[in-house]
Ligand binder design. Structure first.
Ligand code: SF4
Length: 300
């Protein structure tokens, strides 16, 4: 049952992290207008099962007044509202209060702050830690999200035998992470990747929406365009089996996607997402309405 909608308020970000799976950066296009946010919230109400609305990106604080107004409207409708941020604005305790207090007054239920070596490698006064401490002092429900650089350990992976090499750190090998992080990591044969390990593609609990209208379960893989078909209808009519990309992924993971479209590929990949992402990249011109936006694939 779908219970959450995550608005990618903007693809723009002040940072350009190696692990970013939506390829955000200072020049990334695609930001919601307030009227588009209202339309999403209106549709979310029609769906009837949505409890949570998240504002994320990119970096949503780059469009602070629009984000704040969106939070207020979502809260007034009765949704729980969360925000994901990298806390780039956290320069001093006094200033952070000015950024966060209006969110508290708007009824925010969760602030997730990215705090890891991708975001703040060598900063002595880590803005994320400072922001988190101020948020907690103000009584705000807040926590940090930490993704480390990939590590290779011997251990037990759910798909592998004891003693196999396991990749730690939590980065997802999609988007810019494929360009920046896979080199030197151990790989496994493509036939092993027979399921999507991270997302319930058949009955998702949350979707991501962007200002171009794409409705993604996994970022870059759209079930349809909500500016052409209302979001509530897209959700109501969604059937993974009849979707040209989700269908094969549900039936047999990236391995089946490769077979069904007879895609030329390498013998080995780091994980299912690495394989899946590169297969989708090779299908992008064939299914432009579903493999979108192109910028998530590092393309213009
Ligand atoms: S990239 Fe493919 S395998 Fe990985 S979470 Fe997304 S849909 Fe699943």
């Amino acid at each position: 049952m779908l219970t959450g909608i995550h608005l990618l308020l903007t693809y723009m970000c002040n940072l350009e992290c190696d692990h970013c799976f939506v390829y955000s950066g200072p020049n990334a296009k695609g930001t919601f207008t307030l009227s588009q946010i209202k339309e999403v919230l209106n549709e979310a109400t029609k769906i009837g099962t949505i409890n949570w609305i998240y504002f994320e990106g990119g970096e949503p604080f780059l469009y602070y007044p629009i984000m704040l107004e969106g939070i207020k409207i979502a809260h007034s409708i009765g949704f729980e509202v969360g925000v994901v941020t990298n806390a780039y604005y956290a320069t001093s305790e006094e200033d952070i209060e000015l950024w966060l207090q209006p969110l508290i007054e708007s009824g925010i239920s969760d602030l997730s702050i990215s705090d890891d070596s991708f975001h703040y490698e060598e900063e002595k006064d880590d803005p994320a830690k400072l922001a988190l401490s101020v948020a907690k002092r103000l009584g705000m429900p807040a926590d940090s999200i930490c993704i480390d650089k990939p590590t290779v350990e011997t251990g037990i992976d759910k798909d592998q035998d004891k003693g196999a090499l396991v990749i730690g750190g939590g980065a997802m090998f999609r988007g810019r992470a494929v360009e920046k992080l896979v080199e030197g990591l151990p790989k496994r044969r493509w036939e092993e990747f027979t399921e999507c390990p991270y997302e319930d593609l058949k009955e998702p609990e949350r979707v991501h929406v962007d200002s171009f209208g794409n409705v993604h379960i996994c970022q870059g893989l759209s079930m349809g365009n909500m500016w052409k078909t209302p979001l509530s209808k897209l959700i109501e009519n969604y059937n993974a089996d009849s979707h040209p990309i989700y269908g094969p992924l549900v039936r047999g993971g990236p391995a089946l996607l490769a077979k069904e479209y007879n895609i030329k590929h390498e013998e080995k990949y780091v994980d299912a997402c690495h394989f899946c992402y590169l297969l989708r990249l090779s299908l992008i011109d064939r299914f432009p309405q579903y493999l979108a936006p192109r910028q998530i694939y590092g393309l213009e």
